[in-house]
Design a protein around this ligand. Structure first.
Ligand SMILES: [Zn+2]
Length: 55
C-alpha cells in the first residue's frame, strides 16, 4: 500500500472536539452514530480534523 494512502487514512480518522479542541482518533462511522465521545469533556460534538489546517 502506498504511503500516502496510509497517511491519508490516518488523517481521515482524526476528529477534533468542538467543545475543548481535543483530538481523538476514531472510525468516522462510529462518530456519526454518536458512539464516540471526547475523552476530555465527554462531548459527542466532534468534527473531522482533516478539513482544517494542515500546517
Ligand atoms: Zn472535548
Amino acid at each position: 500500500m502506498p504511503e500516502e494512502v496510509v497517511r491519508k487514512r490516518l488523517f481521515d480518522n482524526v476528529f477534533v472536539c468542538m467543545n475543548c479542541k481535543a483530538k481523538k482518533r476514531a472510525k468516522p462511522r462510529k462518530v456519526r452514530e454518536g458512539k464516540v465521545k471526547c475523552r476530555k469533556c465527554g462531548s459527542k460534538d466532534l468534527r473531522l480534523k482533516s478539513k482544517e489546517d494542515r500546517s
